[in-house]
Design a protein around this ligand. Structure first.
Ligand SMILES: C[S@@+](CC[C@H](N)C(=O)[O-])C[C@H]1O[C@@H](n2cnc3c(N)ncnc32)[C@H](O)[C@@H]1O
Length: 657
């Protein structure tokens, strides 16, 4: 475990009244004797922006989406019976205005994709080094509470008193202010810790003065690193300092680097320090590091140390958002709408009751669900009366959202290969009152043989979970190159089956949404690009999500279909959401020509779970070109191993995509 990770506090407790979430920066300060210095000027600029960043405490989940799981042992009927005993009763005589919760369309969505709205006024934050962090930095409004309304009357913000509609706004603002102040402190510490010396460092970008010989950062040689290792590795301060110094050197390499040392040597040291500081295995640290410019990579790793906001999705089959908000406020829950981009989401700041066990929760009025999980369903935009397949659906956060958008009409086939997980899926389906859901348990690769002709398909694919590291830190150490290879292979198989399950004749739909809670290119753009190449009858279309970064069209020497820019990436450090990826396809009829083209390439079997061939519409689905060889070989080796045979040595080099 890395230095940074070692200092991490234990899993946050369930939300408690007035429980102020302890900040990582403070943990670091508490645990480590650090020189406290003022942040750099650019860091200060970021502090201004960070006033918008609140970090409510969050119940720790054991897995990427485990917080959507329910306790299967709960006696739902008994719970439901006692449900309204004290909720929504007369004592809920609210004075105040719930208009904020009563956005137009609080009813189940109909019609076209929702229009997303976000703060366009938001300045682009700058990287800690020289250049702008991103051309596409943007945050959905309100997912991060703003401190901008500080002109309000805070007199009602006494956090000891009961929350009423009258004082809710003031208290919410007071909390925002407190959170913003804490976030400011936190960011200050974070910046100070990681980049804690020389305010001038990041101000020197345009300064052409030669660096004094004595100031040149000395990159340890291989021998020195060996020696360092023998002595148990450098301490946390030294690692922090070195990371900061390397980021600075890389910002202006020709001026600042030690003579005779290469850029790649510096990067190698930085990645190694990141791995030890944040507690990643070297392979994953490098893989994630490569996704971003140097300074932004540090922000990504830092964001993974901080829990994301607790958010819930109103179940419009059972209630309206304003009514839910009212009921929860009555119970001492401090919340506000997530933002204009969703009319069903609420962000929970504080609660005097466990948010996963309120009567409203048990009655299915809401789902505890990460904000990022709303996105693929918004992109899918299911329409009433449609037939929808949710190919990998447990524990059902997205299934139940789809069911609600269908207004309990049509049908959702909620499939998951893992039978055990379908228990919590079924429990959620029942709890949320979804009457149009059929739960089934097939390997997704058996579709469309099992059933096809869907108006829309969601493939929320099994993935590495590199977008949800703040929830499941085990990802930091338990993912190897082999895992990524195998996952990408499975995702490629699943996406073709998902495409083939969509009816191109659908009058209202004909869409597939592919999503993952991972940020790696192998699991996202490479899979989507593969699908475009294998299925000439599909094309990418706009997701309808108006925030999120564009997907890569080129990455480390790989060139993808230019339409990959229509796909969307979401990041913890940019959007204060779990890392996520969303792509939307339109499936069209196969022309004679395209049929030939695709069948030409499909003369080899595709394994399904049982090792038999998938054969849809008489066409064998296959992987037979060069890029599939390693996968096929890997699969053959696995089969042999499963039979107790020793596989021959590999003949192909493993690739990650
Ligand atoms: C990211 S989770 C899905 C989360 C779910 N969509 C939700 O919103 O609650 C991926 C799911 O894929 C399932 N899975 C893994 N391999 C599969 C396969 N071959 N076919 C179908 N489902 C699979 C896993 O059991 C897991 O539940």
């Amino acid at each position: 475990m890395g230095h940074r990770a070692k200092n991490k506090q234990p899993a946050p407790e369930p939300l408690k009244e007035n429980a102020s979430p302890k900040k990582l920066g403070k943990r670091k300060a508490d645990n480590v004797e650090e020189k406290s210095t003022r942040p750099t000027k650019k860091a200060k600029d970021q502090l201004q922006k960070s006033k918008k960043a609140a970090k409510p405490s969050q119940k720790k989940a054991s897995g990427a989406d485990a917080w959507e799981d329910v306790d299967d042992d709960i006696d739902m009927k008994a719970q439901a019976r006692s449900l309204f005993d004290d909720s929504d009763g007369e004592d809920g005589a609210f004075v105040g205005d719930l208009d904020e919760f009563d956005v137009e369309g609080d009813e189940p969505l109909r019609g076209p994709v929702q229009t997303l709205d976000f703060d366009t006024d938001e300045e682009e934050p700058e990287v800690l080094g020289k250049t702008k962090k991103s051309k596409q930095i943007e945050r959905p409004s309100k997912i991060i509470p703003t401190g901008s309304d500080s002109d309000s009357d805070d007199s009602d913000s006494d956090s000891d008193g009961p929350i009423t509609m009258a004082n809710m706004e003031a208290r919410s603002k007071a909390l925002d202010a407190a959170a913003a102040a804490e976030a400011e402190l936190d960011l200050e510490e974070m910046q100070a810790a990681a980049f804690d010396e020389d305010d001038e460092d990041f101000e020197m970008d345009d300064d052409d003065e030669e660096v004094e010989a004595g100031d040149v950062f000395h990159l340890p040689s291989a021998e020195e690193r060996e020696e360092e290792k023998k002595n148990g590795g450098p301490d946390v301060h030294a690692v922090q300092r070195r990371m900061r110094q390397i980021v600075r050197v890389l910002g202006k390499f020709s001026k600042r680097a030690e003579k005779g040392r290469s850029r790649s040597e510096h990067i190698e040291q930085l990645v190694s320090d990141i791995a030890s500081y944040y507690g990643y295995n070297d392979f994953l640290a490098e893989k994630l590091f490569q996704l971003f410019p140097v300074a932004e990579a540090i922000e990504f790793f830092e964001a993974n140390e901080v829990p994301r906001p607790v958010t819930i999705r109103t179940n419009t089959l059972r209630t309206r958002r304003r009514d839910l908000a009212q009921a929860l406020i009555n119970r001492g829950v401090n919340l506000e709408p997530i933002g204009k981009w969703t009319n069903v989401g609420l962000q929970v700041f504080e609660s005097s009751v466990p948010i996963g066990a309120t009567p409203e929760y048990l009655a299915g009025h809401y789902m505890l669900q990460a904000a990022s999980s709303f996105l693929p369903v918004i992109a899918l935009a299911p329409q009433p009366q449609e037939r929808v397949l949710d190919m990998a659906s447990a524990p059902g956060g997205k299934t139940t959202h789809i069911a609600a958008l269908l207004q309990n009409t049509g049908v959702v086939f909620a499939n998951d290969t893992n039978k055990a997980r379908t228990k919590s899926l079924s429990a959620n389906v029942h709890r949320l009152g979804c009457k149009n859901v059929v739960v089934c348990s097939y390997d997704g690769r058996e579709f469309p043989k099992v059933m096809g002709g869907f108006d829309r398909v969601l493939l929320d694919a099994p993935c590495s979970g590199t977008g949800v590291i703040s929830k499941d830190t085990s990802v930091k150490v338990n993912k190897s190159e082999r895992d990524f290879t195998l996952l990408a292979h499975l995702q490629k198989q699943l996406i073709l089956c998902a495409i083939d399950s969509v009816s191109p004749d659908s009058k209202t739909g004909g869409y597939l949404v592919y999503s993952t809670c991972s940020v790696t290119v192998d699991e996202n753009e490479a899979v989507v690009d593969y699908a475009l190449r294998k299925r000439p009858n599909v094309k990418l279309v706009d997701t309808g999500l108006e925030f999120g970064r564009e997907g890569y069209t080129k990455y480390r020497g790989k060139v993808f279909n230019p339409s990959l820019n229509l796909t969307r990436r979401f990041y913890p450090h940019v959007h204060n959401m779990d890392g996520f990826y969303v792509a939307k396809f339109k499936v069209e009829k196969r022309g004679k020509k395209t049929q030939e083209t695709s069948t030409d390439r499909m003369d080899v079997e595709m394994e399904d779970a049982s090792g038999t061939n998938a054969d849809e519409k008489g066409e064998p689905i296959a992987f037979n070109d060069e890029e599939d060889k390693p996968y096929l070989e890997e699969a053959a080796r696995r089969r042999m191993k499963a039979k107790g045979l020793r596989p021959p040595p590999r003949t192909t080099v493993k690739t990650a995509a």
